[in-house]
Design a protein around this ligand. Structure first.
Ligand SMILES: C[S@@+](CC[C@H](N)C(=O)[O-])C[C@H]1O[C@@H](n2cnc3c(N)ncnc32)[C@H](O)[C@@H]1O
Length: 265
């Protein structure tokens, strides 16, 4: 290790400690090389060539700190992300689950700015109005949750929403799309750090945890999968992101029942 890379290591350790103290986010849980590279890139883009200097800049600039958190938590989302999977959810997974229970408890874990739980709420409102239980939607990022509660999106986030659904479940205001109250009412937002906090005490029939575990170290990811499995009812389904495969689902007590859908056995 040369002197330069050593000082970067020391710097990164200091930076991680500060982030942990101020946000409770343990950066070590995320793929370290990827995370370190992203932070270094941002720091350099802002003109700081040591992470210590970058940290003191962030400390003094709350708005920049907010943007930085958005950047590291990567909270991009959109409505009906992976349209085919959401069609499968609507036409196969939800009706199957409804043969097992009328009380379909759903959890959107790592819901970012709310597009995911609202997409599920739209499906329920449209096709399964008899399901009245509220969807629990959680994320580690309070800023994202605030945006989610407000429910105003620009067109890039609704590009997968068919025009008829846009007309029915959104109010258009200039360039923005506002989620209607009947959809909002179906979702309850709460802050939960999936790697640190206690999980909800109830059990769910459907858990969406999409495009989050991909950033985790293998061991951390496996621990999270076990916890998600524990939070499901037997026969309940875990819905993962398009690039997040469980290689040996049986080892975790799951059976693959569709692309991205894992049923608790
Ligand atoms: C790329 S977004 C995925 C959003 C949505 N699930 C989707 O697929 O469109 C990843 C989200 O995971 C959240 N996240 C990252 N680490 C987390 C943790 N430890 N606990 C809870 N949420 C976390 C981030 O804040 C971010 O909102």
């Amino acid at each position: 290790m040369n002197e330069k890379s050593f000082s970067l290591e020391v710097d990164y350790r200091y930076f991680k400690k500060k982030i942990l103290e101020t946000t409770g986010i343990a950066l070590d849980a995320y793929k370290p090389r990827q995370m370190q590279r992203r932070i270094k890139e941002l720091s350099e883009r802002k003109g700081f060539y040591t992470l210590k200097k970058f940290w003191s800049f962030l400390e003094k600039n709350p708005e920049e700190y907010r943007k930085f958190l958005d950047y590291i938590t990567i909270n991009f989302s959109e409505f009906f992300r992976d349209v085919d999977r959401f069609n499968e959810l609507e036409r196969k997974i939800i009706p199957d689950l409804l043969t097992r229970t009328p009380n379909l408890r759903i959890w959107s874990a790592a819901c970012a700015t709310g597009e995911e739980p609202y997409s599920v709420a739209i499906i329920l409102e449209k096709s399964y109005p008899e399901v009245t239980t509220r969807i629990l939607a959680t994320d580690i990022d309070e800023g994202a949750l605030e945006k989610a509660k407000i429910g105003i999106y620009d067109k890039t986030h609704v590009k997968n929403v068919p025009p008829v659904i846009l007309d029915r479940y959104f109010i258009r205001k200039g360039e923005s799309f506002i989620v209607k109250e009947n959809i909002k009412r179906r979702v309850k937002f709460k802050k939960i750090n999936l790697l640190e906090d206690n999980f909800p005490r109830e059990f769910f029939w459907l858990i969406l945890c999409r495009n989050m575990i991909i950033y985790l170290e293998d061991e951390i990811k496996n621990t999270l999968l076990v916890k998600l499995h524990n939070s499901l009812r037997k026969g309940g389904v875990l819905f993962l992101g398009g690039t997040e495969k469980i290689l040996a689902p049986e080892k975790f007590g799951f059976k693959l029942i569709g692309n991205c859908f894992y049923q608790k056995i």
